[in-house]
Structures are given as C-alpha cells and as structure tokens.
Design a protein around this ligand. Structure first.
Ligand SMILES: [Ca+2]
Ligand SMILES: [Ca+2]
Ligand SMILES: [Ca+2]
Ligand SMILES: [Ca+2]
Length: 468
C-alpha cells in the first residue's frame, strides 16, 4: 500500500507548514502529527520513585551544538474498578471506582484524574504504568559522545531514545532527563486546549451518573482544528479551518435501527474516567452505553491528530458501526479511500463506494483535509465493511443529528453478530476499535499524501532506550 509517488512535494509542503507554524522538526517530518508514548517500564525507571514534575526532554541541535528543550507530557495511570451502576442521580460518589460507587471486582487501567471518581494516581511517583509522551517531529540527531548533560538535571538519570521508522529505517533521537527540581516539562508550549464544560456545573458535584443526558459545551482547540462535544458520545463539531463541517461522530447497531445510538447512550447511566488538558495532548475518556455500562471511549487529541479508542464491553449484539456524518458546510468536498480509483463528491446525492473496509480514507476540499485510518484489535475476527451514505433523502432514519441527512457519512461497520465482550460476565471476548484522524492543509494532494500518512499512523516508531 506504500505510495511514495510524490513524497518530495508532500515533504516540501510539510516543511513549509512546519516552519510557518514555528514547529521544531527533525528526521520524522512525515510523522508531524504523531506522538511517541513510552511508559516508565519502557524507560526502565519504574522503581526509582521519580517525580513526574521533574521530567524534561531535549533534542540535540547539531548546527548550534547545543541542547534544545522539547515539550514532554506525563500522564499517570492506575488500575481501578469500574464500580456499580449508580442507583440514582443523587447517589454520592467516592473516589476509587470510575462510577464512584462500590467496587464490582472488574478493573481496567485508566488515566488518573483527580477531577473524576477515578482519582489521582495512588502512586504519585513515575511508576510502571505512567506514560510520557513527546512528538515524533521533535526528534533530532544523535548527540556526540561525551556531550555534557543539560543544565539543572541530575547526572546518571538521562535516557537516550533512539527512534527508528520501521518503514524507512530513518532514525532520530530524543533525550529525557530528570531535573534537580520541578521543571516546565512543556518547554513553554501549549499545543492543545481542552475545556470540559458541563452545563449543569462541576463533574464531581453535578454529573448525572445514573440517568443522563448531561449536556456539555466542551471544546478542544489546537492551531490546526477545533472540536465540540455536547455530551458523552456526542462529538458534534469539527472545524479544520473554514467552519464546522461535522454533524456527528455516530455509532449505532446498524443503518436499519435506532434502538441504540449515541442518543440512547448519553440518555442513560455513564461516567467520565478522565478529562485531561496537557501541553501536548488532551484526553477525554468516559464509560456507559446502555446495557454496556462499562463500555468505554477514550478520545485523545494532539495538535493535528485525533484518536478515538472504543473498548466494547457489552453482551452479544447484532453489530455496530461508527461513522462521521458531515453537515451542509461539507458539501463539495471529495471523499476517497484506498479501494477507490477516484473520488466521489459529498453533495447529498448517492454514490457507489466499495463495501470492502479500506486501509485509509479522506475528505478534502476548500473546507479542509481530513485523513482517517482504522484498526481493530479483537480476540475474534468479526466481518467488517465500509459505511458510506451520502443522501439527503435517505432510506434510513438518522437517529440523531442536525438535519435528517447523511452527508459523506463514512466509517466502519462491524457487520457480523458480536459475542459477549462484557468482562462482568465470563467468558468474554475483547474488542477495541481504534480510529485515527489527522488534519492537513488543503494544498496537500490527498491521493498522494493519505496513503503515506496512513502507513505511518498506526505503526509506531521503534524505540531503543539506553542510558545517557
Ligand atoms: Ca501509575
Ligand atoms: Ca504515578
Ligand atoms: Ca455524492
Ligand atoms: Ca446528518
């Protein structure tokens, strides 16, 4: 699926973009939207009782022979019980389970958040499951042997991270050090702004965990896109530069039924696990989808990338689909995917799109340019198909949304019956859907760039860690 037909044109455009946006970038410019995520265990420092507030990252600047600080972010995690479904909206919460209720004996690793009932990490050090993240594009060349540690760092705790692109063999380096005191790990940048706004008040005091809805006016804003959220499961705005083009990121069992959708999910029990706004990424994670009360979606926002990770935890269901229904502002955009020779126009007039699940897809137009890729990690192999509905007089009910229309509605359909995935009832299978989208300047050629991006988006850089 590699298509390097126009890599120089693409990289030239990305370089212009990077310099215009004043981004540092090194050997992984083509991965400009992507992070590197490492745990304390990956770094071999999980038993050193390190203070997360003293993590600091650098790249080597070979031109000026000096260290340049790069932004890093630490997100702590811990294993926590989901808790039982709250009996009513007034049931008091207690830190220690996702629902803030009594434990049920079913746990998962969650992002720690003192603003939810998950709570802060009980281990305040940089322990085994905690993550440190930096951007691939911030890697640089290898620092020469004998280079002194950066100032205000403790010797003997530095780590050299050699990153190798499994695609091209390109390598680059990032260096992590431990400050002599708390440091500004962000290097003075803040690339993502997440405002969780619960219309009713504050999460811990006012969230209706037993019976929603819980209207929100939440937003994520970065230099490259903004998104809006009106409840759990309601991702309803996407502006990639020229206005909102999204009706909704929609889930349902199938096109012929509205018995379950985002609307019914939000209108029942549920809880937030995390709302995190860091310098490099924001995290919005929640549970509760009707009879899957511990089904979870975690949305992760980088400055030019959006990831949606859905952990299905529900009894046997007939099928499930997830697609992005655009709005009338998207009319005129072109949709293409890896199984199509050309493109179709988003205009509400039906098109023929192959039903096979593509490796990648995109929508592109004067409104913006969005790339999409999808990966399913499951303990079984359900049949999948591509959803594409562009129809202003659709034969299906919309279930919820702005307009009754399906506009360039594209995504994945798990078409077969799904077995039990609820760990509350053994035996159970596992099913994790990982959607990745990224947002690009419209002057990139989508037919050339999307396959290059997709090949990298779900394939992390290989990291080799040594003491520095
Ligand atoms: Ca931890
Ligand atoms: Ca910790
Ligand atoms: Ca059309
Ligand atoms: Ca619609």
């Amino acid at each position: 699926m590699k298509n390097w037909a126009k890599p120089l044109v693409v990289l030239g455009a990305l370089a212009l973009l990077a310099s215009a946006c004043n981004y540092a970038y090194g050997p992984f410019l083509a991965r400009i939207d992507g992070p590197v995520v490492l745990t304390a265990t990956d770094l071999g420092v999980e038993n050193l009782n390190l203070d997360p507030d003293r993590a600091v990252g650098y790249r080597w600047d070979a031109t000026n022979t000096q260290w340049v600080q790069i932004p890093v972010q630490v997100d702590e995690r811990h294993v926590v019980d989901f808790g039982s479904k709250p009996s009513n909206n007034n049931q008091a919460g207690t830190v220690g389970t996702v629902y803030g209720t009594s434990a049920i004996g079913v746990t998962a690793l969650q992002y720690s958040d003192a603003g939810t009932w998950v709570g802060a990490d009980p281990d305040a050090t940089f322990d085994a499951d905690d993550e440190i993240v930096f951007m691939s594009r911030d890697a640089g060349p290898q620092a020469p042997g004998g280079t002194a540690d950066p100032p205000n760092t403790i010797g003997g705790l530095g780590k050299a991270i050699e990153l190798v692109d499994p695609d091209g063999g390109t390598s680059g380096y990032v260096y992590l050090f431990y400050g002599t005191a708390s440091v500004d790990s962000s290097a003075g940048v803040d690339l993502v702004d997440y405002n969780f706004v619960l219309d009713a008040g504050t999460y811990l005091n006012d969230y209706k965990r037993a019976d929603g809805p819980n209207p929100e006016s939440s937003t994520v804003t970065t230099p490259w896109y903004s998104m809006g959220f009106s409840d759990r499961w309601f991702t309803v705005d996407l502006d990639v530069g020229n206005g909102d083009i999204l009706d909704g990121h929609k889930s349902r069992f199938g096109l012929n039924t509205c018995i379950r959708s985002n609307a019914t999910f939000a209108n029942a029990w549920g809880a937030f696990a995390a709302n995190i706004d860091g310098p490099l990424r924001a995290i919005r994670s929640y549970i509760g989808a009707n009879s899957g009360p511990i089904t979870q979606r975690t949305e992760i926002f980088y400055d030019a990338r959006y990831e949606s990770i859905t952990d299905l935890r529900v009894h046997s269901i007939p099928g499930v689909m997830s697609f992005w229904d655009l709005n009338t502002n998207a009319i005129g955009m072109e949709y293409g995917n890896s199984n199509m020779a050309g493109t179709v126009t988003v205009d509400g007039s039906p098109d023929t799109v192959p039903s096979a699940t593509p490796d990648w897809s995109y929508v592109h137009g004067s409104q913006g340019y969005v790339t999409n890729s999808f990966e399913l990690t499951a303990s079984f192999s359900p049949p999948t198909a591509q959803v594409y509905v562009d129809d202003t007089t659709p034969p299906y009910t919309e279930c919820w949304g702005d307009d009754g229309d399906f506009l360039g509605a594209a995504g994945v359909d798990i078409t077969g019956g799904l077995p039990n995935t609820d760990p509350r009832n053994a035996p159970f299978e596992t099913f994790v859907a990982h959607e990745v989208a990224a947002f690009w300047p419209t002057n990139l050629d989508p037919a050339a760039w999307t396959p290059i991006w997709a090949d990298q988006a779900l394939q992390p850089l290989a990291a080799t860690i040594t003491d520095f």
